[in-house]
Design a protein around this ligand. Structure first.
Ligand code: ZN
Length: 254
């Protein structure tokens, strides 16, 4: 079953690669079929098998030889690993399915934000509704905690955006981060959301400091925050409830 969960992750990861390539451009996910962006040659099913085809083709288009980005096998492998982890953690439950859906959305959002510095509304806005409905169905998070999570997630980032434009005269965070935080709040509830925002702020701060020290990034270069929120959300999904309990019990025991 663990193997099947990983296979499902590979297939969904392959679909996420289509989402990542087409959704920001406003193109249809379903037609036309997959084609090489360089030469336009259609991609046969046997050249479209997750990871295996990339290896068999040595990372190049069969027709024109243009390199296929590493993003494709990486997204497939990461999604497979996350689905396997969701299976091990949550088992054959409805919450396990919800976890897989949230993780898939976070993978797509992370890569799109890294590549284009945007978080598509067509993922985050339905995600807010989906998070509340999922918790109504599973009872994992009380519905009021889920709704409060969505409201707090949006509100925290509205405050950060207003403070940023008032203090620095420039927008530190985008509206996409606000809607992603609201979506994570809806899925995880407000308690785990605050942990998620704390973890992503610390992680983002540390990595930004390292990148600026090394000189990869200047002070003015924007570093997208969405991937940090997404990573914090994944940590919150797997370990958030235990971490919040541990915190509320005064760090006692484990
Ligand atoms: Zn080609």
């Amino acid at each position: 079953m663990l193997f099947l969960a990983a296979i499902a992750g590979l297939l969904i990861g392959s679909f996420l690669n289509v989402v990542i390539a087409r959704v920001p451009a406003g193109r249809s996910l379903w037609s036309p079929g997959s084609a090489c962006p360089a030469c336009g040659a259609g991609i046969a099913w046997h050249d479209n098998i997750p990871i295996l085809s990339f290896v068999a083709l040595r990372g190049r288009c069969r027709a024109c030889g243009t390199p296929i980005p590493w993003r494709y096998p990486i997204v497939e492998a990461v999604t497979a690993a996350l689905f396997a982890a969701a299976w091990l953690t949550f088992g054959p439950t409805l919450h396990g399915v919800v976890a897989a859906v949230l993780l898939a959305a976070l993978v797509a959002i992370t890569v799109i934000d890294l590549e284009r510095q945007i978080i598509p509304d067509v993922i985050s806005l339905p995600g807010i509704v989906a998070g509340v409905l999922a918790n109504l169905a599973t009872g994992r998070v009380p519905w009021i905690d889920s709704v409060l999570g969505a409201v707090f997630g949006g509100a925290v980032f509205i405050v950060i955006m207003l403070a940023g434009s008032w203090w620095a005269g420039q927008q530190a965070m985008g509206g996409g981060d606000m809607k992603l935080a609201a979506m994570l709040g809806a899925f995880l509830g407000w308690k785990v959301l605050f942990l998620t925002i704390f973890l992503s702020a610390v992680g983002g701060g540390i990595l930004s400091a390292i990148l600026m020290t090394v000189g990869v990034r200047g002070r003015k270069d924007p570093i997208p925050f969405g991937p940090f929120l997404a990573a914090g959300g994944a940590i919150g999904l797997f370990w958030g409830e235990r971490m919040v309990q541990w915190y509320l019990s005064g760090f006692a025991g484990s």
